[in-house]
Design a binder for this molecule. Sequence first.
Ligand SMILES: NC(=O)c1ccc[n+]([C@@H]2O[C@H](COP(=O)([O-])OP(=O)(O)OC[C@H]3O[C@@H](n4cnc5c(N)ncnc54)[C@H](OP(=O)(O)O)[C@@H]3O)[C@@H](O)[C@H]2O)c1
Length: 328
Amino acid sequence: MMEIPTRHLGGLAVSAQGLGCMGMSHGYGASDDDQSIATIRHALDLGVTLLDTADFYGSGHNEELIGKAVAGRRDEVVLATKFGFANRLGEPIEIRGDAAYVRQACDASLRRLGVDHIDLYYQHRVDPDVPIEETVGAMAELVAAGKVRHLGLSEAGVETVRRAHAVHPIAALQSEWSLWTRDLEEEVAPVCRELGIGLVPFSPLGRGFLTGRYTSVEGLPESDVRRTQPRFADGNLEQNLAIVEKLNELAAEKGVTAGQLALAWVQHRGDDVVPIPGTRRQKYLVENLGAVEVRLSVEELAAIDAAAPAGRVAGTRYDAGNLAFVGK
Ligand SMILES: NC(=O)c1ccc[n+]([C@@H]2O[C@H](COP(=O)([O-])OP(=O)(O)OC[C@H]3O[C@@H](n4cnc5c(N)ncnc54)[C@H](OP(=O)(O)O)[C@@H]3O)[C@@H](O)[C@H]2O)c1
């Protein structure tokens, strides 16, 4: 069986690919808990150590699900969760990063996960009304109390990253990064590298789009968030399919799938990069892990880059309401 290499997020050792668990509770329609738990356990069997969740996902359901899946196997897992969205999915966004909320959110996550510590605790979105020093100061107290091992940020901008890191070392920045979302390449990634902060690309498959599985939103459940995302909107989706067409061609030449090529491209961004593709299914889990073994030459990387040239993707990655809180 393939051995998954180890990568480091700051001082935290993890498998080179993690498993995003959000879709098991949130965002992509109804799920089957038994199937999800089997997928998580299979991931551990295959050597995945990093599991990604958040208190927001399914309003606590996702953390409880993971708690069940890893019961008895705590030592095999690097548990990463997040706080910051005080609203439920579909409600107006309310971000909280005040110290009292950080403490309360952490205790609630520990309870739902059924563990005594979280390995990597992220602020999910930066609270515009609370200085980052207060938020990270409270997170640092959780480290001192033994409730949390490492700290992370998600969708933070460069200034926030620097100020946060000055309060307590930040192990990882989790932000959207894929062939069709390149926002952090110019400024944020170089600063993370300067500070020794690892990079965790979320939605590395472009919410599944880059696998070629979605050619229309027709079959998606009404509650699927992709129905509200501009890149999947009528007109944009058709244009974006040109990316998938090219990826499919390149993947066929290489003897891999389009999704594997998209993931391998992310993996090749650097040794400090640990993508967390999300799936509820063992079949896709195994396919996605196959990307770890795909080696791409400079020429191949350039050809993949050219499949989604900068500025050619139709539609923003989030709707306006969500865009207001990213990259801050
Ligand atoms: N920090 C943040 O703000 C943030 C935001 C979004 C996501 N995340 C994290 O990042 C993780 C991954 O992101 P994501 O789930 O949004 O997007 P993604 O990993 O780009 O794509 C997930 C979607 O692709 C499908 N899929 C996965 N592998 C596939 C394959 N090999 N072939 C065909 N379809 C495949 C999944 O379907 P099935 O589920 O049906 O298998 C799911 O619909 C999440 O689980 C979450 O932990 C973080």
